[in-house]
Design a protein around this ligand. Structure first.
Ligand code: DND
Length: 243
């Protein structure tokens, strides 16, 4: 299969462990979920959304794809692709149907979703369908993304909404757009957490426990991300001895 934008052949990509090998059995259709995100940092909102999409849409696997240079965050200082990729790897490593890929991190220039989907379409045979998963915030915005029409042609969309979320707005924007989006809406448990909330907590010296896997928190502390405030853990015994 053709070289995908200098990233290597289909076999290379699979051998590197970056992308799952799908489509071998021509008598069946495969369903590949793609969870794109800045993941700065990744958290349980992202993970629970992908897990639910996997179950509800009967996906074969969900690929987590940290954005290389995100198209829309040029104004903000985004953590390096290497760090965001490492955190994504850690967060997904214990789930057998999640895979983290460097597909966008390794791509030069601004990474647009339409280009990513086009490259995946070149890599995978026709019996692999693409499902691009987004959260409630992103689903209403998708009509404004670069080459939204191309996105609509290349992939099904999965829009994860929270209970009580005003779906009508997203639906109006999508159905009012000139593009033929195929969207499946899912209701995921309300996890009112965001990467910016996690960053604020880290810089304020607060815990990330139960917001993201502990391995991600460990990585943030070890690599001094988000203005981490070093914590000195003192055991109850030590405290008692010093008083
Ligand atoms: P975000 O920066 O929103 O990622 O980017 C999401 C994807 O959209 C990436 O793949 C981007 O490359 C792509 N995008 C955005 C804008 C323009 C274009 C492409 C373009 O090509 O023109 P976050 O890390 O913030 O979030 C990742 C996903 O998780 C998003 O879909 C977000 O809505 C969702 N999410 C949650 N879902 C459920 N519960 C929560 C969530 N927090 C974030 N608590």
């Amino acid at each position: 299969m053709a070289d995908a934008d200098g990233l290597g052949t289909r076999a290379d990509l699979v051998e590197r462990g970056d992308l799952p090998l799908l489509g071998q059995d021509v008598s069946r259709t495969y369903r590949l979920g793609i969870m794109g995100g800045t993941f700065d940092p990744i958290h349980y909102g992202h993970l629970v959304t992908a897990e639910q999409a996997f179950d509800d849409l009967d996906l074969d696997v969900v690929v987590f794809m940290p954005a290389g240079r995100p198209a829309f965050k040029q104004g903000r200082n985004v953590t390096s692709g290497e760090d965001r990729n490492a955190m994504t790897l850690l967060a997904t490593s214990d789930n057998p149907h999640f895979v983290a890929t460097r597909f966008e991190v390794d791509r030069a220039g601004v990474t647009y979703t339409a280009d990513t989907l086009e490259l995946l379409r070149e890599i995978y045979p026709d019996n692999v369908e693409l499902f691009f998963i987004t959260g409630a915030d992103a689903i209403a915005e998708i009509v404004t993304w670069r080459e939204a029409g191309r996105i609509a042609r290349l992939a099904h969309l999965v829009g994860a909404t929270r209970p009580g979320y005003d779906l009508d707005r997203a639906d109006d924007l999508i159905s009012g757009s000139p593009y033929d989006f195929d969207v499946t809406y899912l209701e995921v448990p309300a996890l009112a957490i965001s990467s910016s909330y996690l960053r604020e907590r880290v810089s304020g010296g607060q815990s990330l426990r139960y917001l993201t896997p502990d391995s991600v928190t460990g990585y943030i502390h070890k690599h001094h991300l988000y203005g981490v405030v070093p914590t000195r853990y003192v055991s109850v015994l030590e405290e008692g001895e010093s008083s």
